[in-house]
Design a protein around this ligand. Structure first.
Ligand SMILES: Nc1nc2c(c(=O)[nH]1)N[C@H]1C(S)=C(S)[C@@H](COP(=O)(O)OP(=O)(O)OC[C@H]3O[C@@H](n4cnc5c(N)ncnc54)[C@H](O)[C@@H]3O)O[C@H]1N2
Ligand code: MOO
Length: 880
């Protein structure tokens, strides 16, 4: 790691025509990177932001508003490519509402403000080298938009992507443009200077700028904020919004202890161990909306004083050189964030604005809601909600994730969402015209949604088992409800040896032929078959011209009357078309070899491509990775395969009586056996798992523990606390988190809780609240959690088939509940299965549970079975 990387980068930047200011800033960042800067802001160095001005309470006269707006420009950060939504061009060119693109709406919003206030209000885009042309073409429709003396856009600088090992600029001859990246939106300040736009604005008497992302349609140039800023002479104002539980991830503002300045802490700047504080929405109660107001005069002075380097904190981003190809080499992109400039200006302030000013479209879920009739555009092109109440929660399946897939499945427009609280789509149906969603909608397994369909609430379970009260669900209903909420695990490239048991996400094509080259399948001699034509009558002697072992690359060729010694797996030399096995010769090592049999062309030759032809599909999506698949992929040269990720299960037992195994017990205490049992069962089902320390019987302790795990777990399993007891903590605490508690008509395992926790970034994490009795907990895992884990992994949820077995002794059952008894199953002399129920069928008998190797099922409508009757058994391990 030397200055070579820096020199090479600078040379590239010069050659590209980048100015000295951009290079200077790059050098500044590069030095930070070389020093190993992490760019973190530790929790103990900051205080929460505290009370700030609320926009609603700002009182401004029309005259003040007009005056402030007349000296303001709108700058939109427009470098985004929308790769996350499967787009390749400028994201803001996406049609977002009423046939208008983001850019159309931005232009119309500005024109409406100009007209209403009689101001000039210039609009300038900061484009990247990839977005400029397409964006300007859209804006060219608005003839009145350009303002004299100002361009409609300026181009953000570019910098080389760096190799992580030696910080040299990466080379990518396949597409040299991919060797470059924009240096993050923090570059706006530098680019404003280098493009001359800053001075041009000041010259026109424009003193303030409103900066925001072009994909945030809520970010209109609000005259009240402008006037408030002018009135108080503020150099820099950042808009913040109240944080809710689902925005635990975005950056937030805080006050730096050392100098009292406001700073921005983004996700990438959280120090290790501070994640919990970062996510704590009580402590850091607002988030940064990335809507920024800046005094351009102050910016000019700062830039001059600091010789063009504002000194924003660096963000180190790791990506692939070709973002569309996750197997391309890893690179470092040094970036900075616009909002971090808040710390540079003395007297910066934050203002609390309504959520409506933060309406980004980051996913196709957001796109569906924005396009729908839940929102409309008012006469000034503001996006306004057409109905009161919270926005519907939308969760579309992966087929809709990219814009082309989304458009294809909503060819006649998106559904009406005015009366919808949530929409989840599993599968990939095409939606018809005029579809209406009402309440909570779940679509699972549809091929097509018909025109004019009204999609309603989840159907109430229709069947109630015999002899049970109405609030009880059947086992099948509960399992179905669980499976319906689950999405397959995300896919990821995984080392072959870590992918065992996982499901392949995408077809794998061979990039090579197998065998790679014609080679011998025997130890012997490579020959021309016609040299041995007479060997059937009398031995033929051939001259040995060389030797080839596996791994060699023979440079000689074999002519008529010649032979080469060859080993199994060694490449065939030029000229030879067959192999004679050493057993059919005298085995000579040099000189001449005597051959006793003729061979036909191709004998003992394994031709190139015989096994696998380059370009053919060797492993298909949906296949489960096993030893044989691994062999094939490795043979084709793959070190990794794209699979559905192994879900990570966190096990959390509850109960004040629990003590970790190995530690001494006080009176009344017991050892926690469920944690390790559930861990083992999860690992056995193919998940990865970890145990968290058991929590006592306090709501807060449990919520705190869950808060910690929800960022890391794909599935949470709790045990205990779900029945009717006075200390049934899980039930009490989790009801308010949206977990549903039901009685399931089964024994053991009657009380069950299930639901989705909301993790950072709105990620949904399934939580199973299993009963505490050890046998109940185990059976619940087998019946509900195992199929769920398999569904997440894209495996068939029910692998273990029920098999008939003859009961050796009679059993009684409650009736009205499906009983899962424990039994030892073995094979009789006739080859049929026989089941011996274990003695202790109570939910606390761990010894009898350990003895058993199967569960036997007594149906809901049966109360007694006698010896000799046949039951269904679910074999857990191999039969005894
Ligand atoms: N009045 C009623 N009482 C109970 C009912 C009911 O309907 N009405 N249902 C019973 C059924 S059925 C079950 S199953 C259990 C479920 O109990 P909880 O999930 O609330 O679990 P706890 O009360 O915390 O514990 C039950 C039992 O299991 C032991 N336990 C708990 N955790 C562990 C662990 N990690 N390792 C080992 N053992 C554990 C705990 O000490 C209790 O003995 O409720 C019935 N009651
Ligand atoms: O259903 Mo409880 O699970 O009887 O033991």
């Amino acid at each position: 790691m030397s200055d070579q990387g820096l020199q090479a980068s600078v040379a590239m930047m010069r050659e590209r025509g980048l100015g000295p200011e951009a290079i200077k800033v790059f050098e500044h960042y590069y030095a930070q990177l070389q020093d190993g800067a992490q760019g973190t802001i530790p929790e103990d160095s900051i205080e929460p932001l505290g009370e700030v001005q609320t926009l609603r309470e700002v009182k401004v006269s029309d005259e003040e508003a007009r005056e402030a707006l007349s000296r303001t420009a709108v700058i939109k950060l427009n470098g985004g490519l929308g790769t996350g939504m499967g787009m390749t061009g400028a994201k803001s060119a996406l049609e977002v509402k009423d046939g208008l693109t983001f850019l159309d709406i931005i232009a119309l919003q500005v024109l409406a403000l100009r007209q209403r206030w009689g101001v000039e209000l210039p609009l300038v885009l900061m484009n990247s080298f990839r977005t400029s042309e397409e964006s300007l073409k859209i804006l060219s429709k608005y003839a009145d938009l350009p303002v004299e003396g100002l361009p409609l856009d300026f181009i953000q600088n570019a910098e080389p992507k760096l190799r992580p090992d030696d910080l040299m600029p990466v080379e990518w001859p396949a597409d040299p443009e991919l060797e470059w990246c924009p240096p993050g939106h923090g570059d706006v300040y530098v680019s404003l200077v280098t493009s001359g736009v800053l001075d041009a604005l000041l010259e026109k008497g424009i003193r303030y700028a409103f900066l925001s992302n072009s994909d945030n349609l809520g970010a209109t140039c609000d005259p009240d904020v402008a006037a408030w800023m002018v009135e108080h002479g503020l150099p820099y104002v950042a808009e913040v919004c109240k944080r809710t539980k689902s925005d635990r991830k975005g950056g937030h503002l805080a006050v730096r202890r050392s100098d009292g300045r406001i700073v921005l802490r983004d996700t990438a700047q959280v120090a290790e161990g501070d994640e919990r504080h970062f996510r704590d929405i009580k402590r850091h109660s607002t988030f940064n909306a990335n809507n920024v107001w800046i005094d351009l005069q102050v910016l000019r002075e700062r830039m001059t004083a600091k010789e063009g380097v504002l000194g924003l904190p660096i963000i180190v981003n790791r990506k692939n050189v070709d973002p569309a190809d996750t197997t391309s080499p890893e690179v470092i992109q040094m970036e900075s964030a616009m909002g971090t400039a808040i710390e540079v200006f003395e007297g910066s302030e934050a203002i609390l604005v309504p959520r409506t000013r933060f309406r980004p479209v980051k996913t196709t879920n957001d796109l569906l809601v924005i396009r729908s009739d839940f929102f409309s555009l008012d006469e000034e092109y503001h996006v306004v909600a057409a109905v009161d109440g919270p926005e519907p929660f939308v969760d579309l399946d992966s087929a809709y994730r990219f814009v082309p897939g989304f458009e294809k499945r909503f060819p006649k427009g998106v559904p009406s969402m005015r009366d919808c609280t949530s929409l989840r789509v599993i599968g990939d149906p095409v939606f018809g015209r005029n579809v209406r969603c009402v309440g909570d909608v779940l679509i699972d397994g549809y091929r097509r949604v018909l025109d004019d369909a009204v999609l309603g609430e989840l159907p109430v379970p229709a069947t109630v088992p015999v002899g049970t009260p109405g609030d009880v669900r059947t086992v099948d209903e509960h399992l179905k409800a669980i499976l319906a909420t689950l999405e397959p695990s995300p896919t990821e490239w995984t080392r072959l040896t870590d992918a065992l048991g996982l499901v392949v996400a995408r077809d794998v094509r061979a990039k090579v032929d197998l065998p790679h080259f014609d080679n011998s399948s025997m130890d012997g001699y490579a020959v021309r078959a016609d040299s041995l034509a007479g060997a059937g009558d009398a031995p033929v002697r051939l001259r040995i011209v060389g030797e080839v072992a596996a791994g060699d690359d023979p440079s000689f060729s074999v002519g008529p009357g010649e032979a080469a010694r060859i080993m199994t797996g060694a490449p065939m030399p030029e000229g030879a078309d067959a192999v004679i096995a050493v057993e059919d010769t005298d085995g000579a090592a040099e000189g001449e070899v005597e051959c006793r049999v003729p061979v036909e062309p191709g004998r003992y030759v394994r031709p190139r491509g015989e096994d696998v032809a380059s370009g053919s599909v060797v492993v298909s999506a949906g296949e489960v990775v096993g030893a044989r698949t691994i062999a094939l992929l490795a043979a084709c040269g793959y070190a990794e395969v794209e699979v559905h990720r192994r879900p990570h299960v966190v096990v959390l037992s509850t109960g004040a009586e629990l003590v970790e195994p190995g530690k001494p017990l006080q009176p009344g205490q017991i050892h926690d056996s469920n944690s390790s049992m559930l861990w083992a069962a999860a690992v056995g089902a193919g998940a990865s798992a970890e145990i968290r320390a058991a929590v006592g019987d306090s709501d807060e302790e449990l919520i705190r523990a869950l808060d910690e795990v929800v960022g890391e777990a794909d599935v949470v399993i709790t045990s205990g606390g779900v029945s009717m007891g006075a200390y049934d903590v899980v039930k009490n605490a989790l009801r308010s988190e949206g977990i549903e508690f039901v009685k399931v008509a089964m024994q053991p395992g009657k009380p069950q809780g299930f639901g989705l926790l909301t993790g950072p970034n709105g990620r949904r994490v399934p939580l199973f609240a299993l009963p505490g009795n050890p046998v109940s907990s185990f059976v619940s895992f087998e019946v509900f959690v195992r199929p769920a884990l398999r569904r997440l992994m894209r495996l068939n949820p029910e692998k273990r088939r029920l098999r008939p077995a003859t009961l050796i002794s009679g059993v009684e059952s409650y009736g009205g509940r499906r009983q899962f008894g424990r039994a030892v199953v073995s094979r009789s002399a006739e080859g049929t299965l026989v089941a011996v129920p274990v003695a202790g069928q109570g939910s606390h008998f761990v010894a009898d549970l350990a003895k058993a190797n199967a569960l036997f099922v007594v149906p809901e409508d049966v109360t007694e079975l006698v010896a000799g009757e046949v039951v269904d058994v679910l074999v857990l391990d191999r039969e005894a």
